[in-house]
Design a protein around this ligand. Structure first.
Ligand SMILES: NC(=O)c1ccc[n+]([C@@H]2O[C@H](COP(=O)([O-])OP(=O)(O)OC[C@H]3O[C@@H](n4cnc5c(N)ncnc54)[C@H](OP(=O)(O)O)[C@@H]3O)[C@@H](O)[C@H]2O)c1
Length: 398
């Protein structure tokens, strides 16, 4: 980064999230960083913290405001060497019944402003013979596969295309200005976007099976942090109870998922106490060492009952509960595994997870056939440090 010391970067949407973090990082490397956004107070607070950060108020939906900002940058700093197009937003506005003004809003910020800032930045670089300038577009995984917010996704697909197109344009004029497309997936968790998207779940009820430890416990805590009421179930009641003492919105129910009657009883209790289920996270699962040739069939049974049968039973009860209450935006989330897509060394466990892959897709078809909008998600983690390996190999070996 040494060659960038003292040079000028513009970070759009620098008042929070990824933009703010990027601005701080560039300033820490000695760049003069111009941050722009509508919330001037936030930008100003940032600039008070860091002398290398310079705030400019700019509404990126307004072309003349963008031109005015570049004029100000020219007057104060000479021009732009690096342009980070970070500003962007996602609004829930479907095609069938969405609000066209929201489409305009996303289009204007995510696409048109990105093009205008790029055009002005490249103009500024070329006017000063800056041939090592850099345009960095903060894209999203939604720019590569269609997300549920498909209008937002469309704008990010546009960014994918525009970034490649800009490379061609620059190459045609023999410019060495570089174009980088940053795909942020991890960043999304830190964005206010997630908070905003989770808002509709506040006060609603989630069940997390196997919530006494590991991935289930972490999921329960995360859902509670977004204001959900979370029912956690497992066999180890004392662990669930300890969790519920820490988090007021976590409600423990002892349930052995190998036992059908116990599952039925749990759903009855949830109905009586909380009204029903809006989100079901089928997380409980285990891998036991039990090969086909000399393995113990009881262990096959155990994996089958918890990883597959209980997942189906909890799904059946949850969907029943959602449909009874006309909950059409409910969500079934299956914690699958990489072993559900390629056979792992524990191939019986793998077989149960292949079953989860098939069942998740099959459930989508079933719900589609009854014209339900209840969603199904299958998540396939890689290795996660939890109690999981201890169950498989015993505490000492793990
Ligand atoms: N950790 C990984 O590397 C990894 C990788 C890919 C996928 N996964 C999947 O992620 C999910 C969670 O695993 P984890 O790593 O969090 O494992 P973990 O720490 O061992 O937790 C497993 C959970 O399942 C519960 N459970 C097991 N048998 C049960 C039963 N008969 N009745 C009720 N609850 C039962 C356990 O509670 P009690 O023992 O108290 O009943 C515990 O809460 C599993 O589906 C696993 O296949 C894990």
């Amino acid at each position: 980064m040494e060659r960038w010391r003292g040079r000028v970067a513009l970070v759009t949407g620098g008042s929070m999230g990824i933009g703010e973090a990027t601005a701080k990082k560039l300033a820490a490397h000695g760049m003069k960083v111009v941050v722009c956004a509508r919330s001037f107070d936030k930008l100003e607070a940032l600039s008070k913290e860091n002398a290398n950060i310079h705030p400019i108020r700019c509404d990126l939906r307004d072309k003349s405001d963008i031109y005015r900002m570049f004029q100000e940058i020219r007057d104060k700093f000479g021009g732009v060497d690096v342009c980070v197009n970070s500003a962007g937003l996602s609004l829930d506005s479907p095609i069938i019944d969405g609000d066209p003004d929201q489409w305009d809003h996303m289009w204007e910020v995510n696409v048109k402003a990105l093009c205008l800032c790029t055009q002005e930045s490249v103009k500024s670089m070329r006017a000063r013979n800056v041939d090592d300038g850099h345009i960095i577009n903060i894209n999203s995984v939604s720019g590569h596969r269609v997300g549920r917010q498909h209008f937002y996704s469309a704008t990010k697909y546009a960014v994918t295309s525009l970034s490649e197109g800009l490379r061609w344009e620059l190459s045609e004029i023999n410019s060495r200005i570089r174009v980088t497309l940053k795909i942020r997936e991890d960043g999304i968790l830190r964005l206010n976007l997630v908070k905003w998207m989770m808002e509709r779940w506040r006060g609603r009820v989630a069940l997390v099976t196997g919530g006494s430890m590991g991935i289930g416990e972490a999921t329960a805590k995360r859902l509670v942090s977004h204001g959900m009421k979370v029912v956690v179930c497992a066999r180890s009641f004392e662990k669930l109870e300890a969790l519920s003492k820490e988090y007021q919105n976590i409600h423990p129910i002892k349930c052995d998922l190998r036992d059908r009657d116990d599952i039925t009883r749990m759903f009855k209790e949830i109905k009586e106490t909380h009204g029903g289920i809006d989100v079901c996270v089928n997380n409980a699962g285990l891998a036991l060492e039990s090969p086909i040739l000399d393995g113990d069939p009881d262990l096959w049974d155990e994996m089958w009952k918890v990883n597959v049968r209980a997942l189906c039973l909890c799904t059946q009860e949850s969907v029943k509960s959602m449909r009874e209450r006309n909950v059409d935006d409910g969500h079934i989330i299956n914690i699958n595994s990489l072993s559900g897509h390629r056979c792992g060394k524990q191939h019986f466990y793998s077989a149960t997870k292949f079953a989860v892959t098939s069942l998740s897709e099959g459930l989508r078809w079933e719900l589609n056939a009854v014209q339900s909008r209840i969603r199904v998600t299958s998540i396939s983690p890689g290795l996660v440090h939890t109690n999981f390996a201890h169950t498989l190999m015993g505490k000492d070996a793990a």
